[in-house]
Design a protein around this ligand. Structure first.
Ligand SMILES: C[S@@+](CC[C@H](N)C(=O)[O-])C[C@H]1O[C@@H](n2cnc3c(N)ncnc32)[C@H](O)[C@@H]1O
Length: 347
């Protein structure tokens, strides 16, 4: 858990500006490194199987005692583990979010974040100065063994958290039959929509490597006969026609407004009259508190650095959808979605 200043510390840091507040950002960076180290040593899964003493952990994780003790103290200091009666336990926060296998996929997330911090973020000054990127984000993930799968699995974990809520909020006319999931990656959203609407046949468009992950999930869900995986660059192919629903989930943040209007025109052309486009992405909103709003600005910077993309406001979203001839634009958000919003609009 990120360091939480107490009342007096908050007063000193934020109200009086009497203590060096940027140290809290350094703490966040160090905290991430401690977390990544623990994940790579398999500490949290080990503690989940059995709360353990330091000597037991030294043996199981094949570590030096002094180093491991330092790591455990650091993790205790930021709320990931707790020592009780001589045994270390995961905290309830660690259990809920990282070890029960249905929430965030920590192993894959750490694989991704380590790679992005190591390989992409160091280019930030040159990207900001030149506007050029010495990488293409999806070629970069595709060319590193396992990274594309880890990225898709990380997104899959996030999708499984949100999908039940998201699917129930997209109100479709009775008996929808055709769904197109643009950049659907791992397939989780398509799977949830197919489970919710028994007559739905779906197509997921994405790169061949991303669809390898989707194939595993579609097979596991027993939906092979209803979900078609179409490897393609979405800009290079005709999407087909007469869809009831087109998903653009975590996709528009790759592009600027002009390109998104082209994307939305493509979606409009592929929908049947009365069909809907659904967008799920981070959007700026006055409903968010300062922590989520600050996080969204950082994520927007990352989208710019990685893909020349960004996060949009609701007004910009309305304007892009209106320009592409969509009507009945609706926005939904809940604190559970951690800064993401659902937007639906009708052809
Ligand atoms: C951030 S992921 C989102 C995955 C999923 N829709 C979700 O919401 O979790 C974006 C996906 O778009 C795919 N993608 C990006 N550009 C693409 C393009 N030009 N053609 C096909 N797929 C693309 C990526 O491979 C990736 O799977």
């Amino acid at each position: 858990m990120p360091i939480q200043p107490n009342f007096l510390e908050r007063f000193a840091f934020f109200t009086l500006n009497a203590a060096p507040t940027p140290m809290l950002d350094l703490a966040g960076a160090l905290g991430y490194q401690a977390l990544s180290t623990a994940v790579r040593l398999n500490l949290f899964n080990t503690l989940q199987e059995r709360p353990s003493t330091l000597p037991e952990l030294v043996q199981t994780l094949n570590c030096q005692e002094r180093g491991l003790k330092h790591l455990l103290s650091a993790l205790a200091g930021i709320g990931y583990v707790v020592a009780k009666n001589g045994r270390y336990h995961n905290t309830t926060m660690t259990e809920k979010w990282f070890t029960d296998g249905t929430m965030l996929d920590l192993n894959n997330a750490v694989t991704c974040w380590d790679a992005f911090l190591r390989d992409l973020w160091p280019h930030a000054p040159e990207v900001i100065q030149s506007g050029e990127r010495p990488y293409n984000f999806y070629d970069y993930t595709a060319n590193q063994p396992g990274l594309s799968h880890a990225h898709q699995q990380m997104m899959f974990g996030n999708a499984n958290l949100n999908a039940p809520d998201v699917t129930s909020r997209v109100k479709l006319p009775a008996g929808p039959t055709r769904l197109l999931d643009v950049g659907g990656g791992h397939g989780a959203y398509t799977i949830h929509f197919c489970q919710e609407h028994p007559n739905l046949q779906a197509t997921i468009l994405d790169s061949a490597i991303a669809l390898e992950t989707a194939q595993q999930h579609v097979d596991a869900a027993g939906l092979d006969g209803r979900v078609q995986l179409q490897p393609a660059d979405i800009w290079q192919i005709d999407w087909g026609q007469e869809y009831d629903l087109i998903l653009l989930f975590n996709f528009i943040h790759h592009y600027d407004q002009e390109t998104n209007v082209k994307l939305l025109h493509k979606a409009h052309a592929a929908l049947k009259p009365g069909g809907q486009v659904a967008i799920f992405d981070q959007l700026e909103s006055k409903q968010f508190g300062s922590a989520i709003s600050g996080l969204l600005q950082l994520i927007s910077l990352m989208y710019y650095l990685f893909a020349d993309g960004r996060i949009f406001s609701r007004d910009e979203m309305r304007q892009m959808l209106g320009t592409a001839n969509f009507s009945n634009i609706q926005f939904f958000t809940t604190p559970k979605w951690a800064g993401q919003s659902l937007v639906t609009a009708v052809k």
